[in-house]
Ligand binder design. Structure first.
Ligand code: MGP
Length: 219
């Protein structure tokens, strides 16, 4: 799994590097220099934060925190921000490919949709942080093979009524990509077969009249 690659790269072992290093001339050999080289991700990603301030519009409540494009910078960021389960209700994190804003209106999102994981209140303490980290590793590690190109980003909504995590993709009509991503995602989270997850088009979510949006696909 590509996410496992990102995970393993989080711990560049000093011993591994030193074993590869042969000191002949007293100068740093290429293997030692390797220790200073960061491992690039396929894409640059942006972390956004949403804080629910009722005096502002939805878009005004959204702020860009930072961008990263290496495995090391991802872990440095992840290890220095609040875990999702400790955020106040009403907050979101979004991680999107650089250049795509985490909103339905972005040209890359407007014809797309999301694989939605809805969690029970209890799961905030048992599953939320693990699911969110696995989601991030799936997207930044290009865990959906060629269909990773359809991925726009991922969002976590921390809500009193029940938290949500979603992977957003660019084209809700692209059945092959959407279902491939859904199956792999479910597998990555380790969800049992009997748990059904749904994919919803943003156009339907944005125009829903009640709290239920119809699923376009399920896996
Ligand atoms: P939400 O934050 O995605 O979910 O959407 P929440 O809070 O669980 O609410 P629910 O409606 O899913 O039960 C809450 C509201 O935020 C939406 O109804 C919109 O008003 C606004 N909103 C959310 N998103 C993702 C967008 C967006 O992409 N664009 C705009 N303009 N508004 C959005």
């Amino acid at each position: 799994m590509a996410s496992a690659v990102v995970q393993s790269l989080s711990l560049p072992s000093r011993r591994d590097v030193e074993q590869k290093t042969t000191k002949k001339s007293g100068k740093e050999t290429p293997a030692l220099l390797e220790r200073h080289v960061k491992h690039p991700l396929q894409h640059r990603w942006a972390l956004w934060f949403y804080k629910n301030d009722k005096s502002k519009t939805w878009q005004e409540n959204l702020s860009l925190i930072t961008k990263f494009d290496t495995v090391e910078d991802f872990w440095a960021l992840y290890n220095n921000i609040q875990v999702a389960s400790k955020l106040s209700s009403g907050c979101d994190y979004s991680v999107f490919k650089d250049g795509i804003e985490p909103m339905w209106e972005d040209p890359q999102n407007k014809c797309g949709g999301r694989w939605l994981i809805t969690l029970s209140k209890q799961q905030r303490h048992t599953e939320l942080d693990r699911f969110w980290l696995e989601t991030l590793l799936c997207i930044i590690g290009e865990g959906f093979d060629v269909y990773s190109r359809d991925v726009c980003g991922a969002v976590i909504n921390v809500r009193a009524k029940g938290d949500k995590i979603a992977i957003w993709t660019t084209n809700a009509e692209n059945r092959e990509a959407v279902t491939y991503i859904g199956r792999k995602y479910k597998e990555g989270l380790g969800l049992p077969m009997k748990i059904i997850i749904g994919y919803q088009a943003h156009a339907d979510t944005a125009t829903k009249s009640n709290s239920i949006t119809k699923n376009k696909f399920v896996v």
